[in-house]
Write a protein that binds this ligand. Sequence first.
Ligand code: TXA
Ligand code: MG
Length: 317
Amino acid sequence: MTELLQANAAGIARAATLLRQGALVSFGTETVYGLGADATNDHAVARIFAAKQRPRFNPLICHYPSPDAAFADVASHALARQLAQAFWPGPLTMVLPRQPDRSVSLLASAGLDTLAVRVPAHEVALALLRQTARPVAAPSANRSGKVSPTTAQHVLDELSGHIAAVLDCGPCIVGVESTVLDVRGAQPVLLRPGGTTVEAIEAIIGPVRLNGDVTGTLRSPGMLASHYAPTLPMRLGAIDVSADEALLAFGPPLPGAGTVFRLSDDRNLTEAAAHLFSGLRQLDANAAAHGLIRIAVMPIPDRGINDRLRRAAAPRD
Ligand code: TXA
Ligand code: MG
């Protein structure tokens, strides 16, 4: 049963408690309703992908109650601070390098070295984020391929029974998603147009490059994110493992492997997704030290995980 929570002290407190327990809670922002999970909890983040039935693990936006909280998790610089000053709280998402040694799940950023952060302009959402006191990863609260919800009822229509609660924050005022801007370099790149106009951004920081200028063709933001690629080559669908291979195990590990990372002993796909990126990184790091030449990956019956693995295993250009 999905709880419908009112935007009062009791409702916000309940929503924060659920989030801290690792449950999924949808909440309204000024743009659209988000499907929130504790971004520091691998399993909670993995539940987002299961509930959305996302065909692949796109990186998610982490939500914070203040610029200071957001900038603790990423490496910021003067330009990012200037944008925050001008547009936060508000419908602007900034992509910046992840700060090492922070607790945000690797799955939240799909294994990337970057993190998308934003401070939403909605009093109830901000109160929830303050009380939760953890970064909250939240994609739009729709099933994959459906339009983004702008009322609590929209969320219930699609996700009732699949998430713990919806915090009714009223109808969303902006109604389109936040603008996503990659601000890693000196000249920011627009990854997704949205609630903050390019003109408004350029008025503050000067010219912004459009996605198409960089790639030659416009690509969808989900495709844009470069994938995490281990240093070692990967062999997918492995039903045996040789002595010079590390093993990424799904279910009981194959016999004979020296260096093993167990995604899920009982073949639980949500658990496997939760550990996927940390597993790849760990094997990669250990394998080099043990003189191993490849990562063998046992078969996993999940499109999202396989899509990510195929991309990680693809030849590098
Ligand atoms: O308004 C919004 O942004 C809403 C509300 C809930 O905040 N959220 C939202 O999230 O639209 P989602 O997951 O539906 O869209 C996130 C977008 C995707 O296009 C994704 O590719 C991009 O942000 N993104 C997230 N992290 C990224 C990263 N590290 N690098 C590049 N793009 C990233
Ligand atoms: Mg979306």
